[in-house]
Design a protein around this ligand. Structure first.
Ligand code: ACO
Length: 362
């Protein structure tokens, strides 16, 4: 059954994924340019400028995002024992759904702020620690790390998380963004669209992959063991997490961006070089085995592989990796949901009936 391969289901002025060339363009700029020169707040401004008339200059949006972080911290009071017992992504989804629905900039900012503020809070509460209130004066990435660790993060750590958030911010019509657009096309509101998007992100074929990538690295253990472990896994019919992509036929450019960020972090002492060596050995063996396993289907490293190492090095626990992904992708979800409402129509494709048919009904 088709997974809508090659179907163009929306027109967008937000981002373009060129799977043959391995290029990601966001608002006309390459990922490399964005990573080098734009903070997450700047990318939000790029994505949202033509969609929200109230969206001002980047400094103003950054300050408003800081205020939104402070406002959504109130949701911490809704975190009870039941929510803390859920996987973090389900806990964040439940908290996100408590935001008032709307279509304006304030709702948009609060939706982006919620995973950024509540992810560190939920991680700390689950460990029996107090949640740390946001500091609206900090950058989004710096504040996320401070809310997690209490102490201010180093400039290299802040830059690393910021680069990750930028890399994750938007990526064409991926599954979660498509879910957001479908919901937005019914005029259900931005909050409804983002809750649905987060549900789609959770799956291991999409944003749920980086936690299992770390499980794989731990199971492999040593670089020399990589090939045998991966071969056995493939022989069992299992997929290698962090490899393959529906659109990319070459390496995912975000994987290179995150790998470069890891090398930067390693130079500043913020990453165990042995962990990077293990990941490189696993990647090398996986690419060799996947080429043999599926000769007609180029399966390359995707964003999630090195993301796992980066988020681990920044101190996020693996069960919360999808929530950090959501903190970055929320900006893109909002932009697509808003674009769908302003420029699109109700999304309502057809299905082909292949079920039973009685003679009476035929
Ligand atoms: N390991 C082993 N085999 C794979 C992998 C993999 N990582 N990826 C694809 N294949 C195989 C499939 O088993 C399938 O084989 P078959 O034709 O014999 O059934 C073939 O390649 C094609 O796979 P599809 O699922 O049709 O390809 P699709 O384009 O839909 O898959 C996907 C893309 C879901 C990302 C897939 O590559 C995968 O499951 N990867 C592992 C999970 C992962 O890393 N997810 C994160 C994606 S990036 C992101 O969402 C941000």
């Amino acid at each position: 059954m088709s997974g809508l391969d090659d179907v163009i289901a929306a027109e967008t002025a937000l981002s373009d994924v060129d799977g043959e060339a391995g290029r990601l363009i966001i608002r006309g700029r390459s990922l490399d340019d964005l990573i080098a020169h734009f903070r997450y707040e700047d990318v939000l401004t790029l994505l949202w400028a033509t969609l929200f008339p109230e969206c001002g200059a980047v400094d103003r949006l950054g300050a408003e995002l800081g205020q939104a972080r402070a406002a959504v911290f109130e949701l911490v009071h809704a975190v009870d024992a039941h929510l803390l017992g859920l996987p973090p992504v389900d806990c964040i989804r439940s908290l996100l759904s408590r935001l008032e629905d709307g279509s304006g900039l304030i709702t948009a900012l609060r939706l982006v702020a919620t995973p950024a503020v509540l992810t560190p809070a939920v991680i700390r509460l689950a460990r029996g620690l107090d949640a740390i209130p946001p500091d609206p004066a900090l950058s989004h990435a710096a504040d996320m790390l401070r809310m997690l660790h209490v102490q201010p993060a180093s400039p290299a750590q802040v830059a690393a998380l910021d680069r990750y958030l930028v890399s994750a911010s938007d990526h064409g019509l991926n599954a979660s963004t498509f879910a957001a657009r479908v919901i937005a096309s019914t005029h259900a509101g931005l909050t409804a669209a983002l809750v649905g998007a987060l549900c789609a992100l959770k799956g291991p074929l999409h944003g749920g992959a980086p936690g299992p990538v770390l499980d794989m690295l731990d199971a492999v253990g040593l670089p020399a063991a990589a090939e045998l472990w991966l071969e056995t896994t493939l022989a069992r019919g299992e997929r290698l997490m962090g490899f393959g992509h529906r659109i990319y036929r070459v390496r995912d450019p975000r994987a290179d961006a995150i790998k470069g960020t890891l090398e930067m972090l390693a130079q500043s002492g913020g990453l165990d070089p042995e962990r990077l060596q293990l990941a490189e050995a696993v990647e090398h063996a996986a690419l060799k085995l996947l080429a043999r396993h599926k000769p007609g289907r180029p399966l390359q490293t995707n964003l999630e592989f090195y993301t796992a190492l980066l988020l681990e090095a920044l101190g996020f626990p693996r069960e919360a990796f999808t929530c950090v992904f959501a903190a970055g992708r929320a900006g893109g979800w909002v932009a697509h949901a808003r674009e769908q409402v302003l420029r699109g129509r109700l999304i309502r494709p057809l299905s082909r009936y292949v079920g039973p048919m009685t003679s009476e009904a035929a």
